[in-house]
Design a protein around this ligand. Structure first.
Ligand code: CA
Length: 495
């Protein structure tokens, strides 16, 4: 059986009202049958906007929809019982639960504190003014609704590197909190964009505070006792010192599960930056392939003028395939979101075939592509837009094709600028496939599969082509594909 297939089971505009955990439980069986091996769930902790938080405005990591905090007991996705039920349903069907972990920052502080700050230049964070001044900030997190259950840790300004909002004097910007760590500097081993990209948003966590560090290790162990955990997706990794995850992942693998799956969101298009980060974390984790996502976006916007032979150029996949999670879309790239670089719908079957049928990389499927969605939001220009993200019709079949036919060695036939073929040669017990795709008009690739496939009949598993392809005695045939489409040719006797 082929490797992992992740499903990102949410998108930015998933409806409020506590439906998601129930939907996970309801769909678990069909996802397993399709070939999804792991489900990436949204952040389970309580956000600053309670039942309306997508989850990245982390308030209380210990409140999994259990306490009356920030206006609701349940999170946007449901209450704690529903969350536990969803995780159990996945586990019962052999699907791993990958949990989204937001460690970089906290938002929605419960109390105001007197703090001392220095102002930093937002465009070059290493330029911090010498002047220290008194102010107030919402940096005290006491979690009054939880009252110390599970953890009595109180967060104060000593637990944070900086804030973006102060009072007395009231101001916004980037403010370095004066604390006893790092001699006034931001954390090291973070991304170098804006000089030093430690500070992202809200009250940004001070990992150099030993008590904070221990609390986050404790939280990881605690969380894994509450629900099944197959792995973690680490949010905002480029804003968190690499040494922290270097230690934290090892700690989790020792205490929770030695084969824990870990993928970090390090959103950077440059392979050099990603490779450097992989080295810093001793290659203990995987990264999303931002470079490939950009190529897929570009190809989709270029129609038949894009040279498909270059589709993997600049991708993490081409350099560190064993550390790469590939994706076509996510909650940040979908239309109207912050990193918007959506892949156009016509190209998505091709894009998914490229990440699902090849040996390299661990593919991640986006909820909205599998099930479709519609939403309305404001664009950057302030106007309202109605967005329709159609269900990609052939996606369930492509996921199934990975499970059943993406087996054995691989030959990339990347000769034609518009028509690519990926041959999977199969193994003694598992059949292979010939995937043909084109971004131009109807085409075909002539491929010789060898005598074991002599005089054999092939059909398109996706059903985009109705014809039967028959090989000659050497296993050679011309495998066709419709214009702007993809076909996955498999032996008729393996269907
Ligand atoms: Ca940070």
């Amino acid at each position: 059986m082929a490797g992992r297939v992740l499903l990102q089971f949410f998108h930015w505009y998933y409806p409020d009202g506590g439906h998601l955990w129930n939907e996970v439980a309801e769909r678990a069986e069909s996802l397993a049958a399709m070939g999804v091996t792991d489900v990436w769930l949204p952040p389970a902790g309580k956000g600053a906007n309670g039942g309306y938080s997508v989850g990245y405005d982390a308030y209380d990591l210990f409140d999994l929809g259990e306490f009356d905090q920030k206006g609701t007991v349940a999170t946007k996705y449901g209450d704690r019982a529903a969350f536990e039920n969803a995780c159990r349903a996945l586990s019962d069907h052999g699907i791993g639960a990958i949990h989204d972990v937001v460690f970089n920052h906290k938002m929605g502080g419960d109390e105001r504190e007197a703090v001392k700050v220095r102002r930093a230049n937002p465009d070059n964070r290493n330029e911090i003014e010498d002047e220290v001044f008194d102010a107030h900030a919402y940096t005290r997190f006491t979690f009054p609704g939880r009252q110390g259950k599970y953890s009595e840790f109180i967060w104060t300004h000593k637990c944070f590197t900086g804030v973006d909002y102060i009072e007395d004097p009231s101001d916004t910007g980037v403010f370095r909190l004066i604390n006893e760590y790092g001699e006034g500097e931001w954390s090291q081993e973070v991304d170098e964009e804006l000089g030093n990209y430690d500070y992202l948003i809200g009250s940004d966590v001070e990992f150099r505070n030993r008590a904070v560090y221990e609390e986050l290790k404790y939280w990881g162990r605690w969380f894994a006792e509450q629900v099944p955990v197959a792995g973690f997706r680490l949010d905002a990794a480029k804003h968190i010192p690499a040494w922290f995850f270097r230690d934290w992942i090892g700690h989790m693998r020792e205490n929770v599960k030695d084969d824990l799956f870990v993928v970090a969101e390090y959103w950077h298009p440059d392979i050099g930056a990603l490779s450097h980060y992989l080295d810093l974390v001793d290659r203990q984790l995987m990264l999303f392939d931002v470079g490939l996502h950009h190529r897929l976006h570009e190809a989709s916007a270029s129609g038949d003028s894009f040279d498909m032979r270059t589709i993997f150029d600049g991708s993490l996949l081409s350099v560190h395939p064993e550390h790469t999670v590939t994706l076509v879309e996510n909650h940040d790239t979908q239309p109207l979101q912050s990193l918007e670089a959506a892949v156009e719908p016509w190209f998505k079957p091709l894009a998914y075939a490229l990440i699902l049928m090849r040996e390299q990389g661990t593919p991640s499927i986006f909820y909205a592509d599998l099930f479709g969605t519609e939403y309305r939001d404001k664009g950057n220009d302030g106007n309202d837009y109605d967005i329709v993200m159609p269900r990609i019709e052939c996606l369930p079949k492509l996921i199934e094709a990975r499970r059943r036919y993406a087996n054995g060695g691989q030959t990339d036939v990347f000769e034609d600028p518009h028509c690519l073929a990926i041959v999977r040669h199969g193994t003694d017990d598992a059949p292979g496939s010939v995937t043909v795709l084109t971004n131009a008009g109807e085409n075909a690739r002539e491929i010789e599969l060898g005598e074991t496939h002599g005089n054999a009949s092939f059909r398109d598993f996706l059903g985009h082509r109705e014809d039967v392809v028959t090989t000659d005695e050497n296993g050679k045939a011309s495998f066709p594909v419709n214009g702007g489409s993809v076909s996955v040719w498999v032996r008729e006797d393996s269907l």
